[in-house]
Write a protein that binds this ligand. Structure first.
Ligand code: AMP
Ligand code: MG
Length: 345
């Protein structure tokens, strides 16, 4: 049985959060909202609890989890050999959507880090997430609360769809603000290496740190299996059931190509969906959804739109690419990881 704990500004959230914290302390699983996406939490220091996360999600055991903390000082219990810039980064970006990879301390079990000697840590900026972590009094390992390879959940309904009956509780705190996951920055290299673009942009990090390496896998380079610094990189991710095709390039050419593809697949009797960033588009397809014009809106609506297209049984989703800068880097990364094909025009 999965308890659904609804929290809104009006109700008495204290008792809901206390109940969820108790489940976590007792080694159970609770899904909760963060500012990025919904997370599936367990006591990060309890190997048996953490193992349940992998089982519930169907996540491969070598794909490490992010440990969420409610207080910056906890980093010193979880990590060792902490480089000088860590504190400055925490001051500037925490609480917030930046995950820092550091050498792990003995306190962190290997199951949490997918067998790695490093640990990924973040302090989320969400009232419910923070108060749940603080109340539980343990660091909380929390990957996105979706089934492995599915789009990340940005609504409690998405978590219910994927995990109802498999976990003890789901806190419904409404729609998440950012909609794509945190930025992952590896601080064990000098300069630090960006492993996943996300809610904090590369440009912000570069401005703050001076120099940031971008992992070659993020530049579309083919990587040998052993060189995947962040194991999550090698898996297909964020994907709806339908096949996703991304079309990127000059705006006019993109529109032409999207329509050509839509026509082609509709002739093959496929149900074709188009995801557009132009409210005044003139596309013809079976399903068309406008996700927003600005990066913020697109990021917020992206995963939700995939799930809606799945519900409407689309076979093919054709997506207009966005510019690869700012939050657009994270959006393009998620689009490409979910796609079977990217076409440049
Ligand atoms: P998720 O929480 O599902 O959004 O995924 C967490 C992401 O962080 C995955 O891409 C992981 O591979 C990455 N990650 C977690 N821990 C580490 C680590 N110790 N080193 C490198 N990447 C990590
Ligand atoms: Mg995930």
């Amino acid at each position: 049985m999965t308890k659904i704990l609804r929290i809104s500004r009006r109700n008495q959230e204290k008792s809901e959060i206390e109940a969820a914290a108790e489940i976590l302390r007792n080694g159970g699983l609770v899904a909760f909202p963060t500012e990025t996406v919904y997370g599936l939490g367990a006591d990060a220091l309890n190997p048996r609890a953490v193992k349940k996360i992998f089982e519930a999600k169907g996540r491969p055991s070598d794909n490490p989890l992010i440990v969420h903390i409610g207080n910056k000082k906890e980093i010193y219990k979880l990590a060792r050999e902490i480089p000088e810039e860590t504190e400055r980064l925490m001051e500037k970006f925490w609480p917030g959507p930046l995950t820092l990879v550091l050498k792990k301390s003995k306190a962190v079990p290997k199951v949490t880090t997918g067998g790695l000697d490093t640990v990924a840590i973040r302090m989320p900026k969400h009232r419910i997430a923070l108060s749940l972590i603080k109340k539980s009094k343990v660091p909380i390992a929390a990957p996105s609360a979706n089934l492995f390879s599915r789009p990340s959940p940005t609504l409690a309904e998405h978590v219910i769809e994927d995990l109802h009956g498999k976990i003890e509780a789901i806190i419904d705190g409404g729609k998440t603000k950012i909609g794509v996951e945190s930025t992952v920055l590896d601080l064990t290299t000098d300069p630090p290496t960006l492993l996943r673009p996300g809610g904090i942009t590369l440009e912000e990090l570069e401005e703050f740190l001076g120099e940031v390496k971008v992992h070659p896998a993020l530049k579309g380079k083919k990587i040998k299996k052993m060189d995947f610094k962040s194991p999550g990189m090698k898996y297909k991710h964020y994907a709806p059931n339908a096949n996703v095709i991304v079309v990127e390039g000059d705006c006019r050419n993109v529109k032409k190509k999207v329509q050509q593809l839509a026509d082609k697949y509709r002739k093959e009797a496929k149900k074709v969906a188009v995801m557009t960033t132009d409210k005044n588009h003139s596309y013809k397809a079976d399903l068309i959804k406008f996700v927003g014009r600005e990066f913020n809106a697109i990021a917020k609506n992206l995963f939700k739109t995939y799930r809606e297209f799945d519900e409407e049984k689309a076979n093919i989703i054709i997506v207009e690419g966005v510019e690869n800068k700012g939050l657009g880097f994270a959006i393009m990364n998620r689009l490409k990881k979910a796609s079977c094909k990217t076409i440049k025009v």
